[in-house]
Ligand binder design. Structure first.
Ligand code: HEC
Length: 161
């Protein structure tokens, strides 16, 4: 009985390896990247690259085990969900109010230590943000918010519901 179950599981494991969803890798120009309209200082860019962009951009750097199911499906889900909420490569397609709000979220998430996700930092140890890195991101998000608010003052007016 146990042998049959193990064989069944082995077959299942092999079978799911054939499931190959498209990867989050884009070769096109990132013309809507946040950096094309807002200043992204060198140090902030480095933090975004190592700690955020795998899930919040159009390019994920995949580790080797990302090819193995069911890990791949699990990672894909995070990338899809993360990108759906906030994509730095699509940032310039956001309306001013949304862009402003997303930066407010960045500020909160980083200060509260909610981003990057724990499951990410278990493996990507260098993505654990130091206090200085958190501060750099938080200050940057405020600077971007200020720039948006100067251009589009209406983002500061609360919306009627
Ligand atoms: C492993 C993937 C992953 C990484 C790395 C990651 N995020 Fe996320 N992020 C997500 C997912 C998934 C969500 C949506 C679910 C949630 O809010 O928990 C999210 C949501 C967010 C949101 C919320 C947007 C909204 O409007 O609610 C912000 C802001 C955010 N992330 C910022 C960051 C920043 C900044 C970093 C880097 C310091 C980062 N994330 C790193 C996966 C990731």
């Amino acid at each position: 009985m146990l042998k049959k179950i193990l064989i069944g599981l082995a077959i299942l494991f092999v079978a799911i390896q054939f499931y190959r969803p498209a990867r989050n890798i884009s070769s096109g120009p990132a013309s809507n990247n946040i950096g094309n309209a807002y200043a992204v200082p060198e140090d902030v860019n480095a933090i975004l690259t190592k700690a955020c962009n795998d899930c919040h951009s159009n390019n994920t750097v995949y580790p080797w085990y990302a090819s193995i199911q069911p890990v791949a499906a699990w990672l894909d889900h995070h990338v899809d969900e993360g990108k759906g909420e906030l994509n730095f490569d699509e940032f310039l397609t956001y309306k001013p109010r949304k862009a402003h709000h997303k930066m407010e979220e960045v500020n909160e998430m980083v200060k509260e230590g909610e981003m990057p996700l724990d499951s990410y930092t278990w493996i990507h140890k260098d993505a654990v943000l130091t206090e200085a890195e958190k501060l750099a991101l938080a200050n940057w998000s405020v600077a971007v918010m200020d720039t948006i608010a100067k251009q589009y003052p209406e983002v500061l007016i609360p919306q009627k519901r």
